[in-house]
Ligand binder design. Structure first.
Ligand code: ZN
Length: 58
C-alpha cells in the first residue's frame, strides 16, 4: 500500500537522531514527531520536527 511504503521510506530517512532532516511537509512532521517522541533534547530529528510544526501551523 502507498501509505505503508511512504512510512517505510520516512522511517529509513529519519532513523538517525543525530542528523538534521531536510524540509518536511506536515504529514512527515507528524510522522517524525511520533517516531522520535521521548528521545529528549538530544534528538535532532524531533527538535527539527517541532520547529517545523510551529511554522507549518502559522
Ligand atoms: Zn530520535
Amino acid at each position: 500500500m502507498y501509505q505503508s511504503n511512504a512510512h517505510e521510506q520516512w522511517a529509513n530517512e529519519h532513523r538517525d537522531c543525530d542528523s538534521q532532516p531536510s524540509v518536511m511537509d506536515f504529514a512527515r512532521v507528524s510522522f517524525v514527531l511520533s517516531e522520535h517522541a521521548g528521545h529528549g533534547p538530544g534528538c535532532a530529528q524531533y527538535l527539527a520536527a517541532l520547529t517545523r510544526a510551529s511554522s507549518v501551523l502559522d
